[in-house]
Design a binder for this molecule. Sequence first.
Ligand SMILES: Nc1ncnc2c1ncn2[C@@H]1O[C@H](COP(=O)(O)OP(=O)(O)O)[C@@H](O)[C@H]1O
Ligand SMILES: [Mg+2]
Length: 277
Amino acid sequence: MVAVAEALNRSAAVAAPLSGGARIDVRHVSHQFALRGAALPVLHDVSFTVEPGEFVALLGPSGCGKSTLLRLVAGLDTPTQGSVQADGAAITGPDPSRVVVFQDPTLYPWRTVRGNVGIGPQAQRARFAWRGGAQEEQAQRRIDAALELVGLSDFAEAFPHQLSGGMAQRVALARALVNDPALLVLDEPFGKLDSLTRIRMQGELARLWQDARFSVLLVTHDVEEALLLAARVIVFSERPARVIAEVRNDAPYPRHRDDPKLVALRREVLAQLGLDT
Ligand SMILES: Nc1ncnc2c1ncn2[C@@H]1O[C@H](COP(=O)(O)OP(=O)(O)O)[C@@H](O)[C@H]1O
Ligand SMILES: [Mg+2]
């Protein structure tokens, strides 16, 4: 695993140089939508920071505003109030250094796995008008390395309809990793997977992050997942989402879900959410 991550780093000239992770500052962000002429407040004065290379989970009830917040961080929308910054600069639009993986992998059905993972490099190819040569070879090496990172080397020529749900989500992850992101934004990425695949992919994600050290912002409504993966869990209220707690989790990786420390933290977080068990 480490060797592959190094290979990915060595060929990083294709995209931005390996950054070691973006710093994200969300400052006093409030957001509302217009719904049938009335204002629908979705985020209320939300502030938090993601340190470079940190793994932060955003945990909150369904419909509280988590995806809305991620869209602001990804630059897909701008907040009604407050600011979102990456490395000190206001986020004004999407950027290849911030990659979003959604719950549905949305692969192009007519492209192979390799073709889907190669979308980022292909866009660069068009932008910088490469004509084969060293850059093209580097791009192909990066695609190979990304496929190896997610364990799909043998399926490079398969089409999406030939993949399981877990494999499709791995393709989406490889498609993100090939761009050498400074920030990986994950919106309930394992939400639709069966529980065994989910457990496996949680472990894989933790290892990928440890090797590569990009920053991660993971949205989940699963307390266990948040605690298993993140160094810090930010807990949100019901809509309009406001931060109700921040729980630091310094348990070493690899983590085990039955670790007594995680079990205690789980109880603490559930209590914050008003779910005393
Ligand atoms: N584009 C939109 N227009 C109007 N309302 C929206 C829009 N996007 C989301 N919402 C509403 O905002 C609230 C929060 O949605 P969302 O951020 O997707 O929640 P979560 O991801 O936490 O489940 C929901 O009530 C949803 O209906
Ligand atoms: Mg959502």
